[in-house]
Design a protein around this ligand. Structure first.
Ligand SMILES: NC(=O)c1ccc[n+]([C@@H]2O[C@H](COP(=O)([O-])OP(=O)(O)OC[C@H]3O[C@@H](n4cnc5c(N)ncnc54)[C@H](OP(=O)(O)O)[C@@H]3O)[C@@H](O)[C@H]2O)c1
Length: 263
């Protein structure tokens, strides 16, 4: 099976190198990019070709370009897509309906997260009605090389993306704010504060997953009634819900705007 990646930016580069590391040989791995020189570094792991050449030979073609460029790429390759091939868009906001106006081939949408870098992506996938069960299995097996794969209906890909793909950014920004606040009250060096919080954050996630604990369980175990932690958790439960609502209102609205622009 031949796999191709069009677009060698943040996502395309990550997928290309991860697929190569997972054992796909250069013979079966293809790459294309608008600025072709960027692919010089990938010449030992993939065949560097034009987008049209890639679509002609690949059984699965990943389109890893920004929303504004997706239609251009699909228009460019639509007459060359290999018979029976699966085209995969990396963008959750461009609908299957919009894609079908350009090409009526089997199409999937895939949303990886940055944590794929350490093989721990929670990758979302959804399929249009033309995708066969063999194609679904092949794509899911390919994606399992970067972490877990979660299939969702198309209408849940927006919120799903917020929960796995945007979430590393949300988590990083929230804990950046917390660390900056902590720095105002201590002489502990900044980098040590960040490491202490990161290790605790990561261990809390593992603890909850391994011991099947809920957020409430953790809060109950740490925040004894009338104790010090409770003073902090009360502030979070009183003040943060409004901010959390605003985060999702803003991101989901941006998604709706992107989808409307690319109908
Ligand atoms: N970043 C994330 O965490 C993330 C997560 C999930 C999904 N996504 C989605 O993944 C897609 C790609 O995002 P990204 O962050 O990887 O974008 P990016 O870093 O901006 O990379 C886009 C790449 O597409 C190439 N490109 C643009 N037009 C092209 C064309 N006509 N033919 C061939 N290549 C072309 C660009 O080439 P040049 O080198 O010439 O600029 C660039 O290398 C987006 O739809 C995004 O919504 C991103």
């Amino acid at each position: 099976m031949k796999t191709g990646i069009i677009g060698y930016g943040s996502m395309g580069k990550m997928l290309l190198w991860k697929f190569s590391e997972s054992g796909i040989s250069k013979q079966d791995l293809y790459a294309s990019n608008r600025t072709i020189e960027k692919l010089e570094e990938a010449k030992d792991i993939a065949q560097v070709v034009s987008a049209k050449e890639l679509a002609e030979v690949c059984d699965i073609t990943f389109v890893c370009v920004r929303p504004a460029d997706i239609k251009t790429v699909l228009e460019e390759i639509k007459d060359d897509i290999k018979e029976g091939a699966l085209v995969v868009s990396l963008n959750g906001s461009i609908s299957f309906e919009a894609i079908s106006k350009i090409t009526d081939c089997s199409t999937a949408k895939v949303i990886p997260s940055l944590t794929a870098e350490i093989g721990r992506s929670q990758t979302l996938v959804c399929f249009n009605s033309k995708v066969s069960s063999n194609q679904k299995t092949a794509l899911k097996s390919l994606l399992s090389s970067i972490g877990n794969v979660i299939e969702l209906p198309e209408n849940e890909m927006g919120m799903g993306s917020e929960l796995v793909s945007c979430m590393p950014g949300f988590i990083a920004s929230i804990f950046d704010v917390i660390c900056n606040s902590a720095k105002k009250h201590t002489e502990i060096p900044d980098d040590q504060i960040v490491k202490m919080v990161l290790q605790t954050m990561s261990a809390t996630g593992d603890l909850m997953l391994q011991k099947d604990m809920t957020f409430e369980d953790v809060v109950r175990r740490v925040a004894t009634p009338g104790g010090i932690t409770e003073e902090g958790t009360k502030v979070v439960y009183e003040e943060f819900p409004g901010t959390a609502d605003k985060i999702f209102e803003k991101t989901l609205e941006k998604r709706r705007q992107t989808a409307a622009k690319n109908k």
